[in-house]
Write a protein of this length. Structure first.
Length: 319
């Protein structure tokens, strides 16, 4: 009996190690799903080894693991938004492994019925993507998707919310990304409604970071660059919001509505206890930072310091 327990324990350890090391490699630019719903090898056609991003997501949802890319640089959607990502835990979808260091998802002008990427499990990293040309939200972090990391993602030419952090999500980070503009800071026809939206009960979100390369470039939203309605312990640090400069001088990519001028670079309302807004460059918005609105005042301990609003870090007027 003792020997059987040892054998079973050894088998369980091997299985766990195998699962933790499992990786799905996207090698096909099509948009087809996995032939058996993700329960075997990732492939659209049986025996062909053709693994698309959609099929890879179905596979990790059923088996766990990470997603990487080999020899491909993008996909044009033909089947709508991807399945909600429920299977990756403490893993990543790493577009930096694609050809050129970024994987592009072209929505093909489609209107989605849900977010393009919906992260519904903990500790997922999504990095190295260009998401563009569709109507609908780009990325949603579910209340079950705590500790997500969104890194090196460009979201542009999208009519919807850039990153929607849902109620009660905790500990997530957005950094080194372009939200509302492409990587050259160019505007496009479709505009985001909000760049980053934080729902009621969201806690301990980090937008940007203390390192120079952590900054986000957030602009061209019809409403607010960052809209935090009832989120607490939020850290908004070292971002360019509305006034964007990646080395070629500041350009006007303000967050405001063309129709009713309600947009702010950063908007807080409700319980914002523990929020820190520090060392951001904010310009060309209708309001730089707005607190409350309508019947929703801001409550809690909020720290706003060392920001450049309407001026650059060199002291030049930028709008």
């Amino acid at each position: 009996m003792h020997i059987l327990k040892q054998v079973f324990s050894s088998f369980l350890i091997v299985m766990l190690l195998s699962q933790s090391a499992f990786a799905v490699v996207v090698n096909n630019t099509g948009d087809g799903g996995d032939f058996d719903g993700g329960y075997g090898v990732c492939e659209v056609n049986y025996g062909a080894g053709d693994c698309t991003l959609r099929a890879a997501i179905e596979t990790v949802n059923s088996q766990g693991g990470d997603i990487t890319f080999s020899g491909v640089s993008g996909v044009t959607l033909s089947n709508g938004e991807f399945d909600a990502i429920t299977g990756i835990t403490s893993g990543s979808i790493d577009g930096t492994t694609a050809t050129g260091g970024v994987f592009a998802v072209d929505g093909g002008g489609a209107t989605l019925t849900g977010p393009l990427f919906d992260l519904q499990n903990t500790d997922i990293t999504l990095k190295g993507f260009n998401l563009h040309n569709f109507t609908g939200d780009a990325i949603a972090l579910d209340g079950l998707g705590d500790n997500a990391i969104i890194e090196d993602v460009a979201i542009y030419d999208v009519d919807g919310v850039g990153i929607d952090v849902k109620a009660n999500n905790s500990g997530s980070t957005m950094k080194s990304s372009y939200i509302g503009v492409d990587r050259s800071l160019t505007s496009h026809a479709k505009k985001l409604s909000d760049g980053v939206k934080l729902g009621i009960g969201v806690d301990s979100t980090t937008i940007g970071g203390v390192a120079v390369l952590d900054k986000n470039y957030i602009g061209d939203a019809e409403s607010h660059g960052i809209n935090a309605a009832g989120a607490s312990n939020t850290s908004i640090v070292n971002n360019h919001i509305g006034a964007l400069n990646n080395g070629g001088g500041f350009v006007d990519r303000g967050n405001d509505s063309d129709t009713d001028n309600t947009g702010s670079g950063i908007h807080l309302q409700g319980n914002a206890n523990g929020t820190t807004i520090d060392n951001n460059i904010i310009g060309f918005n209708y309001d730089g930072i707005s607190l409350g609105g309508g019947f929703a005042s801001v409550t809690g301990d909020v720290h706003i310091k060392c920001n450049h609003i309407g001026v650059s870090d060199a002291g030049d007027t930028i709008g």
